[in-house]
Design a protein around this ligand. Structure first.
Ligand SMILES: [Zn+2]
Length: 102
């Protein structure tokens, strides 16, 4: 998977389509990413004590990698990623502006 924690991405599918957010966790095996504050699903939190009310909380759910596009930090556009190898190090390169993506 060519995107990782800390990357800014654009959501291309689903109810949050068009929104951008930062990846807070990547799941390379599942090809999914968790984005801060997006793809929220409401869940009921059970009361801990008797007499307490259950709370409805919003929890971010992971999104398939295929549904998001990386936003290049240099040109600020959603882009695809190329790789370049320099001095045995692999860098991610923006396909639009050709600059390195940290
Ligand atoms: Zn770029």
């Amino acid at each position: 998977m060519n995107i990782k924690k800390g990357d800014l991405v654009l959501i291309r599918k689903g109810k949050d389509r068009g929104k951008t957010g930062k990846i807070i966790k990547a799941f390379p095996k599942e090809h999914k990413v968790l984005i801060d504050g997006l793809n929220l699903v409401k869940k009921t939190k059970k009361p801990r004590k008797e007499g307490e009310k259950g709370e409805i909380i919003s929890v971010a759910q992971p999104i398939p990698r295929a549904n998001v596009a990386l936003i290049c930090p240099s040109c600020k556009k959603p882009t695809k990623i190329n790789y370049r190898i320099e001095e045995e190090k692999k860098f991610r390169i923006c396909k639009k502006c050709g600059l390195k993506i940290p």
